[in-house]
Design a protein around this ligand. Structure first.
Ligand SMILES: Nc1ncnc2c1ncn2[C@@H]1O[C@H](COP(=O)(O)OP(=O)(O)OP(=O)(O)O)[C@@H](O)[C@H]1O
Ligand SMILES: [Mg+2]
Length: 225
C-alpha cells in the first residue's frame, strides 16, 4: 500500500450488558489516501461501532487508531475533539443538521469551531453549497429542504474543514432511489476528481461498486470478501 492515511491496530470494543458482545474484535485495517472504502456486513456485525472508533467518537477497549500517523490513544479527550474538528468529516443517515440554522450556517459551523474568521467561513460555505448544487438554497432551513438537499448540505458541511477522511454511516439509507443515485454520483465525483478519502458503511450496491476497498464485517471481525 502506497500512502496509508488511517489505520487500526488490533482494535477491540466490547459491550457488557449481562453477556459480553464483542462488537469490534481485533480489527486491523488500512485506508489509503484518496481511496473509497466501503464497510458492509449484516446488521449487528459492528459496522457503526467500528466507524465511531475511527471517528474518535468512542474509545476502544484495547488497540489503537492512527490518523496520518497520530495515535488516538495518545490524545486526551480535548485533543481528540480537536483532531475530529480539524481532520475528519462526518455524514449520517439522518443528516443531523441543526434545525434552526440555515443551510449556509450549517456548513459554516465546523469552520467557526476552528476559529475561521466569519468572512472566510461564509465564502467557503457558499463555495461548498455551490459545489454540491445548492447555491440557491443557502438561506433555507433544513425543514425547507428535501431529504436529498439536506444530505447535500451535510456533505458540504463534512467537506468544510478539508478533512483528511470523511466517515459516513449509511448516507443514502434514508433517500429515494433517484436522490440516492445523485448523492452516490456526488460521492464518486468528490472521490475521483478531488481525491477525497472516504470510509462508508452502506448496504447500497451502487456505492460498493466503485469502492477501492471492501471491508466485510461479521460478528465484529473483518472477514475476506
Ligand atoms: N452502546 C451499546 N451498548 C451495548 N451494545 C451495543 C452498543 N452499541 C452497539 N452494541 C452492540 O454491538 C453490536 C454491533 O453493533 P453495531 O451498531 O456496530 O452494528 P451494525 O453493524 O452497525 O448494525 P446495523 O447494520 O444494524 O446498523 C450489536 O450486537 C449491538 O447490539
Ligand atoms: Mg449501524
Amino acid at each position: 500500500m502506497k500512502d496509508v492515511i488511517m489505520e487500526t491496530v488490533q482494535l477491540n470494543k466490547a459491550f457488557s450488558l449481562g453477556e459480553t458482545i464483542y462488537a469490534v474484535n481485533n480489527v486491523n485495517i488500512k485506508i489509503e489516501r484518496g481511496s473509497m472504502n466501503v464497510i458492509i456486513g449484516p446488521s449487528g456485525s459492528g459496522k457503526s461501532t467500528l466507524l465511531s472508533l475511527l471517528g474518535g467518537l468512542d474509545r476502544p477497549m484495547s488497540g489503537d487508531v492512527l490518523l496520518e500517523g497520530q495515535s488516538y490513544r495518545a490524545l486526551s479527550e480535548d485533543q481528540l475533539a480537536l483532531l475530529r474538528r480539524r481532520k475528519l468529516g462526518f455524514v449520517f443517515q439522518f443528516f443531523n443538521l441543526i434545525p434552526h440554522l440555515t443551510a449556509l450556517e450549517n456548513v459554516m459551523l465546523p469552520l467557526q469551531f476552528i476559529n475561521t474568521p466569519h468572512k472566510a467561513a461564509k465564502r467557503r460555505g457558499l463555495e461548498l453549497l455551490e459545489r454540491v448544487g445548492l447555491a440557491k438554497r443557502s438561506r433555507h432551513l433544513p425543514l425547507q429542504l428535501s431529504g436529498g438537499e439536506q444530505q447535500r448540505v451535510a456533505i458540504a458541511r463534512a467537506l468544510a474543514n478539508r478533512p483528511a477522511v470523511i466517515l459516513a454511516d449509511e448516507p443514502t439509507g434514508n433517500l429515494d432511489t433517484k436522490t440516492r443515485d445523485e448523492i452516490v454520483a456526488l460521492f464518486q465525483e468528490l472521490n475521483q476528481q478531488e481525491k477525497q478519502t472516504f470510509v462508508m458503511v452502506t448496504h447500497d450496491p451502487s456505492l460498493s461498486k466503485f469502492a477501492d476497498q471492501l471491508i466485510v464485517m461479521q460478528d465484529g471481525c473483518v472477514v475476506s470478501p
